[in-house]
Ligand binder design. Structure first.
Ligand code: AMP
Length: 604
């Protein structure tokens, strides 16, 4: 293993790294730093979150930066404002002992004027989200004519979020002589095409096996139905009293509902999604980092900027639309040498996707059994006893109360005393799980029933991945048909040549009518839709098309919980947000300002 000095970094940078506790370079740093310092070749790096990629591209840039010039020399694009802010802060930490280095971070949802002022003062390094970066280029506040390095961080996610046009624009605004450094956890077709069109003979490096899950993460799946999904989630949390987890959801609405239910049921939880204001998101992230929240319920995009190294669990309440994103999710645990567990809750239909994910992560999912009430009680009890064993007694403070306490308890022997203290903590939990059903049985009983929510209709559509369809484009296409303002879009399955989507049943007829009268086309291909049968016990999306299947702390512990299992699953509990979370994949945070349902989500 090399040292940072051997990689070619100067003393002031190494000193800052020492302050940060970076002793040795990570794999990606070991490869990228000398490569960028010694060569002007473009670089294509396979790197997941948590591999140390920020330092991998920032440190060589800082090493080579010309501090005599105040022009922008490095532009770093990142998909979300949180990630941009994090990268900006990391770079400021790295250049603590370097003189005359200025960094500006630009992103939507924050004052443009302030950002323009900072750019005018002169910054050699600009970190930005694609939307705001292009806005500033258009206003001529950001000039990229002297750029030496263009970094595309999490390129796959930027393209997923529909930032292709913005990337094109930034690439065009930078000189041909620049060095492009592209970092991505996955390399789908769209990312490869950026690499092909905009990079010249890039050198490829990888932080490990392409797309492979971290070695210290184990992957488990639990079979659920829509009815048992939330109770199963709670039992998994209950079995792990020291859980520190992110629960991933597909949509803002799902995120808010799960968080509201957990809060209502007494868990230390909160939500993070694109409908929250920047201040709300900062506050939630701050609380989670400080562990005053144990469970964070988040959409993929919103959780992107969160850098937490000690997560015990990642829970996929629902799998992501694009299975490649599973690696992003599971990679949030098992970081910095810790072990972690990535749990997936799947119904009969979703199970098919597990095989495809296994191919990507090159690991097998273990089947987990939703714990019984008895197992949970036993675990919680032992945890309580361990805590009693390990509690530090403040002798000086407690001594004055002890004589009267001893006097009050003088008639109880040791066994009775233990029983009573344990029951004090435990009675509520015991009664909560009394007569708790075996959720695994319930899931089995219902596994042959329909997977589509009762209030949704499933449609077949004759375009798929081969037509460059993705969930965002499909949502855009549906919304372009003007079916209704309040239309809800449910599950989406994109397959090679065709796809499926769910629509609120009340809009079934209107959807059919709209597609039939508008006769839309998608990239020149005429589009048609059909209702598919809802009963899909084969786990596939075939319906009457048949044939092909898709590949598929607690703040009060139990003592504060009311009622019995399953008493809460309404969406009315917990806090209320001012905006109704939308039921569609969360692709950013600024769309709420830009318009209603169906607009593409953009950072501005
Ligand atoms: P990143 O992949 O850049 O988001 O980094 C993931 C985490 O690893 C961050 O908390 C970094 O501060 C930390 N990190 C990055 N490089 C090193 C290193 N060489 N030694 C220790 N921690 C590091």
């Amino acid at each position: 293993m090399s040292t940072f000095k051997e990689l070619g970094l100067k003393e002031p940078i190494i000193k800052a790294l020492t302050d940060l506790g970076y002793e040795n370079p990570t794999v990606i740093q070991e490869q990228a730093i000398p490569q960028i310092i010694t060569s002007k070749s473009d670089l294509k790096a396979f790197a997941q979150t948590g591999t140390g990629k920020t330092a991998a591209f920032s440190l060589p840039i800082l090493e080579l930066l010309d501090t005599n010039s105040n022009n922008v020399q490095a532009i770093i694009l990142s998909p979300t404002r949180e990630l941009a802010v994090q990268i900006g802060n990391n770079i400021k930490d790295f250049c603590k002992y370097l003189k005359d280095v200025n960094v500006t971070t630009v992103y939507g949802g924050s004052s443009m004027e302030e950002q323009i002022r900072s750019l005018k003062r002169g910054s050699q390094i600009v970190v930005g989200t694609p939307g705001r970066t292009v806005d500033l280029i258009n206003r001529r506040a950001l000039k990229l004519g002297d750029v030496k390095w263009l970094v595309l961080d999490e390129a796959d996610e930027m393209l997923n979020m529909g930032f292709k046009d913005e990337l094109d624009k930034v690439l065009e605004a930078t000189p041909d002589t620049k060095q492009t450094l592209l970092f991505s956890a996955t390399f789908p077709r769209e990312v490869e095409s950026i690499a092909r069109n905009y990079m010249t003979n890039p050198v490829e490096i990888t932080s490990g096996q392409k797309n492979q899950g971290a070695d210290n993460v184990s992957h488990e799946f639990y079979s659920v139905t829509e009815r048992t999904r939330y109770p199963a989630l709670k039992r998994i949390a209950d079995l792990n009293p020291d859980i520190y987890a992110i629960i991933f959801c597909r949509t803002r609405r799902e995120t808010q509902e799960v968080a509201d239910n957990l809060i209502k049921d007494g868990y230390s939880a909160d939500s993070l999604h694109g409908d929250l204001s920047q201040a709300q998101r900062d506050s939630v992230m701050g609380k989670f980092r400080k562990k005053s929240i144990q469970i964070l319920v988040a959409t993929d995009v919103a959780a992107r900027g969160l850098d937490v190294t000690e997560l015990t669990h990642v829970i996929n309440h629902k799998l992501p639309d694009q299975i490649e994103n599973y690696t992003h999710r599971s990679g949030r645990t098992g970081r910095a040498g810790n072990t972690g567990i990535s749990i997936v809750l799947v119904n009969g239909k979703e199970k098919g996707k597990l095989r495809a994910i296994e191919k990507i992560i090159q690991k097998k999912f273990e089947e987990g059994k939703v714990p019984s009430g008895k197992e949970i009680c036993q675990n919680q009890l032992m945890n309580l006893i361990d805590k009693v064993n390990n509690i530090e007694v403040n002798e000086t403070q407690i001594n004055e109360f002890l004589p009267s306490i001893y006097d009050k308890l003088k008639d109880l022997d040791r066994e009775e005393l233990i029983k009573k203290f344990v029951s004090l903590e435990f009675n509520t939990m015991l009664s909560y799980y009394e007569n708790a059903k075996d959720l695994n049985d319930l899931s089995r009983d219902n596994s042959r029933s329909r997977d589509t929510a009762d209030n949704m209709t499933r449609f077949f559509i004759n375009i798929g991945r081969k037509d460059s369809l993705n969930p965002a484009k499909l949502i855009g296409l549906i919304n372009d048909q003007n079916i209704g303002d309040k239309i809800e879009i449910g599950a989406i399955d994109i397959l090679d040549t065709f796809s499926f989507f769910e629509i609120d049943k009340n809009f079934e007829d209107k959807t059919l009518e709209a597609f039939s009268s508008n006769q839309p086309d998608f990239d020149g291909r005429s589009v048609n839709i059909e209702i598919t049968k809802k009963d899909r016990s084969d786990g596939g999306g075939g319906g009457r098309r048949g044939g092909k299947k898709p590949f598929g702390k607690k703040d009060g512990g139990f003592g504060r919980r009311k009622g019995s299992e399953g008493s809460s699953s309404s969406s009315e509990g917990g806090r209320k947000r001012s905006d109704r979370p939308s039921d569609r994949p969360d692709r950013g945070s600024a769309d709420r300002k830009t318009g209603g349902f169906g607009r593409r989500h953009r950072e501005r």
